[in-house]
Design a protein around this ligand. Structure first.
Ligand SMILES: [Zn+2]
Length: 279
């Protein structure tokens, strides 16, 4: 009798144990996909004041992204709904970023805009802000990610530090695929289009695709768009074509991936993350 009661209690506490089980690499710019108790409250933080709060879905799933410069030590705290909490220390491995030096650029060529250009820049920036703030209910990320174009040379990596005429500039927050103009762009994962604009000032023809869990893909410099705002797409559907619209030096696809409207993560990490155990 006693033994049965003890077993029942241990099963009960085991089902409410929020200790998460995660898949993926603990590395700067990477993504992990985890499982815990349904609707658990999640906090990711470091000692320097960074904090992100989210909830697991009704099946206990959640995805965490680490920024380009994530601290080496972070804490993941998971609390079961109305129950116990678990705190896990995370060691985040540093990522080796390329340094791309470009010299001999004519000084003062950038950042001087006409009033018409400034109006275009402001309009573009407002559209992006609204789209990034939009959250869509979808589990499309659960089918995993595939490269949006095949057989491409990677001409730009996530996080590369750009040094122009000896001056460090903002790092490159996406992945560049060098392919000819007109190459079809396949949705790397399904999702909902939250922005489809043929003419943003810097980005040119642009599509935002929300895959769920706050993962939003951004495709830039497109020469043609096949999708509209609000459209639901499946993995592999053609979003449009590669081009060199906006500020691009030649035809290529720029793909970036933002996490929860906080920061960009490495699209390459999404390609190598196997989320199939969470389905
Ligand atoms: Zn790029």
């Amino acid at each position: 009798m006693l033994a049965i009661a003890a077993l029942a209690i241990s099963v009960l506490s085991a089902t409410a144990d929020p200790t998460p089980h995660c898949l993926g690499a603990y590395e700067q710019g990477a993504l992990i996909a985890c499982h815990t108790t349904p609707d658990a409250a999640i906090t990711l933080h470091d000692d320097a004041g960074f904090e992100a709060r989210l909830s697991a879905d009704a099946q206990g799933r959640f995805v965490l992204g680490f920024s380009r410069d994530a601290a080496p030590n972070m804490t993941l705290r998971v609390c079961a709904k109305g129950g116990a909490c678990a705190a896990l220390p995370l060691s985040i491995a540093p990522h080796d970023y390329n340094i791309e030096r470009i010299n001999g650029l004519p000084p003062g060529k950038v950042s001087r805009f006409t009033p018409a250009q400034l109006a275009h820049i402001r309009k573009s920036s407002a559209r992006k802000k609204t789209a990034f703030a939009t959250h869509v209910d979808t589990q499309a990320y659960l089918m995993g990610f595939d490269a949006p174009v095949q057989n491409a040379r990677i001409s730009g990596y996530f996080g590369s530090q750009r040094v122009l005429n000896g001056k460090p500039k903002r790092p490159h927050m996406g992945m560049d695929f060098a392919v000819p103009k007109g190459t079809p762009i396949a949705a790397p994962a399904g999702g909902v289009v939250t922005l489809a604009d043929p003419d943003l000032y810097f980005e040119g023809g642009t599509v935002f695709l929300d895959h769920g869990q706050g993962l939003v893909s951004v495709f830039m410099h497109m020469s043609a768009l096949n999708v509209k705002d609000g459209q639901r797409v499946k993995k592999g559907d053609v979003l449009g074509q590669v081009g060199s619209t906006g500020r691009a030096t030649g035809p290529h696809l720029h793909w970036s991936l933002k996490w929860r409207n906080r920061y960009y993560v490495n699209p390459d990490a999404a390609l190598s993350l196997d989320v199939s155990p969470l389905r």
